[in-house]
Write a protein that binds this ligand. Sequence first.
Ligand code: HEC
Length: 128
Amino acid sequence: MLAPAAWCERQTTAHDRPLDTAPRLYGMAPRVLLALLGAAWLLIASAPLHAADLRHGKNLHNKHCIACHKSMFGGDGSKMYTRPDRRVNTLSELEAQVRRCDANLGLRWFEDDVDDVVHYLNQTYYHF
Ligand code: HEC
């Protein structure tokens, strides 16, 4: 009689396993390992290395960037990003612009800082 869970149990016992099973399993190990490595690499390569911290981006932006834009456009200065003839039209242009401003102002932001501000501006104004 089969136990209820018999369908998911091994149907053979160790005694009737053919003798050559073990070498075949060892032979498969490198392939399995390669597949796992491949999967891990894909995960690492496809996930952004740094998940943007929008709040940090906003803080940096408000501290270092707004005042000047504000003096030009009034309000909260965001018209700089929403005006019809704005200069930035792609995500990579936005990143380049943020890097230019960072360099011009001598802020020497870390990569993560640039990334956070780019994502904050994109999420809030540009929507690329
Ligand atoms: C000293 C004044 C000043 C400061 C400080 C400043 N900016 Fe700007 N920013 C400008 C000016 C002027 C322009 C417009 C350039 C143009 O239209 O040719 C501009 C344009 C931009 C644009 C492009 C807007 C568009 O047209 O789409 C972005 C993005 C931007 N600034 C980001 C920043 C960031 C990020 C910081 C802080 C690191 C910053 N700015 C600090 C003066 C400033």
